[in-house]
Design a protein around this ligand. Structure first.
Ligand code: ADA
Length: 633
């Protein structure tokens, strides 16, 4: 009898040993959402999240209220069949992102919950499964919740199971897929070639591994060298992790990567990927980062929250440095539950993305300025919350600097929290200052020797044009956002930026137009149109070519206002960008003149005479590169 029992135990453990981890994607068809067949990733706001149709629905109680938005906020029930479990294995379901809260059920029994739209989480289903015909249900809820970050923002909070979902089967003793939604292996990578791995184990003690990679190369934008290692434990379970060797550091005079000073040339990206909203597929994200790489940018700010795991992988692959941000934006709440939620989301961000060499900094907040009336009297409470969040990030990852994006130079205690501070500024768009004046103000107020610019830019509708531009500032909330204004403000800002060595990095607001359902401006409701590329990714605006000319190694010659059909008054302004040396302007085949681009690759001619009817305006450089626009007078 005893012998029989021993054999049985041995057999079970041999079976477990023989069975390694099995991961299946649950994305694609096979899902119902409130009874309708859908494909996951899915959002129910793909159509209404950026249509800007006013509904008269009041804004959420403490939400930012540019004007009422009108996209559906609800709790929706998703369901699908699960694969049959393999006997003797443990089963988990991992969600890369459910907006904004999730309750998960297996065969009608509660399996877990998660609050926060931007980080992954996993639930264990093992004990809830039958041999076959198992049903997964997820209630996804994008309604406003006073205890859930963010409390306010201008971007649309699309609802749904909007990222990938995986079914994971492991041996009984397994690498922990639950804690903080991370993969269970934390690496400390040293540029001397040594890697320390901490493996979290469910059903057994955690394990440590130390190994050395000989003759390793450093990871950088110029050489995004990655290594991959599989970590196995005795039960047979294993997880593969990619990593890279690099150092990031801020000194008195700027940012250093691998000991070499580098001024970051960055853009901001929201995860809204055009017509699918937040329900982006890997191909959508590949396309976005191909466009970002085309500009020559070497950095991206993932505004204003952690984005999908694939995004971090792309940035590792392409050598794009990542500013990764918590969802603390605009409003905080003094409620303990809110603080707990923000801490949890910050913890998950660090735990899930810490192994990526692309991440150069964790960002603590964006534009914290407001308090709910009942909290207003409590002095310093927002700073207290953020100080705790900062402490948690530092405890988990002392190797990376903490940054933040401020728009309040006077809030010294808030601005002192991050290791490195950056400002959001819209000179000439929202304010009447110049970038020089903003710099003077920020440096004086912060007492810092270096600063970043986390946002700058202007609205630009590529189908709205003005020549000449009216004097003074346009109404940013008004119906006209001419493409020419966007170009003029970017060029002016960038001239100032490049002439000041104290700026460690800059991030254009934004790479792509994005859903902001409450906005009614710029001739197209429901979007924030400060992108360099339209929301559907079909039009690279003129400002895109401004950065491409400045940053890319490719030859760029671009004449602006190509979509301006006509003008009047007998003359036109011609603005172009060139990184190919002198530029000649020809109108209807006649040479008007030749110019050297200025320090930010701009050439411009004012009051260029036109003939009646159609005029062909060409820029020439190096005999061969020509850019052309046609305008009717
Ligand atoms: C702020 C905010 C961004 C963006 C921007 C704008 O700076 O941080 O989220 O919305 O304003 O376009 O107005």
């Amino acid at each position: 009898m005893r012998r029989a029992a021993l054999v049985a135990v041995t057999l079970v453990s041999i079976t477990a040993l023989a069975q390694s981890r099995r991961t299946l994607s649950l994305a694609g068809p096979g899902w119902l959402c409130d009874g309708e067949e859908v494909c996951v990733p899915h959002t129910w706001n793909a159509l209404d999240g950026a249509d800007g149709s006013p509904s008269g629905e009041p804004p959420p109680k403490h939400g930012m209220s540019i004007s009422p938005d009108s996209y559906v906020r609800k709790a929706a029930r998703y369901s699908r069949r699960l694969p049959d479990p393999t006997p003797g294995m443990r089963q988990f379901v991992r969600f890369e992102g459910v907006s904004r809260k999730a309750e998960v059920y297996v065969n009608g029994r509660h399996a877990g919950s998660h609050a926060g739209a931007f980080t992954a989480f996993a639930v264990e289903a093992t004990e809830l499964l039958a041999a076959t015909d198992n049903v997964l249900e997820v209630v996804a809820d994008n309604r406003w919740d006073p205890d859930l970050a963010p409390l306010s923002a201008d971007y649309t909070l699309f609802g749904g199971i909007y990222r990938g979902v995986q079914w994971i089967e492991t041996p009984q003793v397994c690498i922990d897929p639950i804690t903080d939604g991370a993969l269970g292996v934390d690496l400390d990578v040293n540029t001397n070639g040594t890697v320390r791995a901490h493996i979290r184990v469910l059903g057994g003690p955690d394990e440590e591994r130390v190994f050395t990679v000989e003759n390793h190369e450093l990871w950088s934008p110029d050489n995004p060298k990655l290594y991959e290692r599989e970590f196995s434990i005795a039960s047979g379970d294993s997880v593969s992790v990619r990593f890279g060797f690099r150092t990031v550091e801020f000194r008195e005079d700027g940012f250093y990567l691998n000991g070499v000073k580098r001024r970051l040339r960055g853009v901001n990206r929201h995860q809204d990927a055009g017509l699918c909203g937040w329900a982006a597929k890997p191909d959508d994200e590949d396309r976005d980062f191909a466009l970002i790489a085309e500009t020559g940018a070497d950095a991206v700010r993932l505004a204003h929250y952690p984005q999908s795991p694939h995004v971090y992988d792309i940035c590792d692959d392409k050598g794009i440095l990542v500013w990764s941000e918590t969802p603390a934006i605009n409003w905080l709440s003094a409620s303990p539950k809110f603080k707990a939620n923000l801490l949890q989301q910050a913890r998950e961000m660090v735990a899930q993305h810490r192994n990526h060499p692309c991440v150069f900094a964790w960002s603590l907040f964006n534009e914290i300025y407001n308090d709910v009336p009942e909290d207003r009297a409590k002095e310093g409470w927002m700073e207290d919350i953020l100080e705790e969040v900062r402490g948690e990030i530092k405890r988990m990852d002392p190797s990376r600097p903490v940054v933040a994006a401020s728009d309040r130079p006077a809030r010294r205690r808030l601005n002192d929290l991050p290791d490195q501070l950056a400002f959001n500024a819209y000179p000439g768009w929202y304010g009447d200052t110049t970038m020089e004046q903003d710099f003077a103000n920020w440096f004086a107020a912060s007492g810092r020797s270096i600063l970043g610019i986390s946002e700058y830019g202007a609205g630009g509708n590529p189908f709205e044009h003005l020549d000449p531009l009216p004097p003074g500032r346009l109404d940013p909330g008004g119906p006209v956002h001419p493409e020419e204004t966007q170009v003029a403000l970017h060029a002016a800002d960038y001239r100032t930026i490049t002439s000041d060595d104290r700026i460690w990095g800059t991030f254009v607001w934004a790479m792509f137009d994005f859903a902001a359902d409450a906005r009614r401006e710029g001739g197209k409701n429901g979007i924030n149109d400060k992108g360099l590329v339209t929301r559907d990714r079909s039009v690279r605006k003129d400002a895109f070519y401004f950065y491409k000319a400045n940053w890319s190694k490719e030859h760029v010659l671009h004449v602006c206002s190509q979509r301006m059909p006509r003008t009047s008054g007998g003359t036109v302004a011609v603005v172009g960008f060139s990184n190919c040396g002198d530029v000649a302007l020809c109108v209807n085949g006649h040479l008007v003149g030749s110019k050297k681009p200025d320090g930010v690759c701009v050439v411009e001619w004012h009051d260029v005479s036109l003939a009646k009817g159609e005029n062909v305006i060409e820029l020439h450089a190096n005999d061969r590169v020509v850019s052309r626009r046609i305008v009717r007078e």
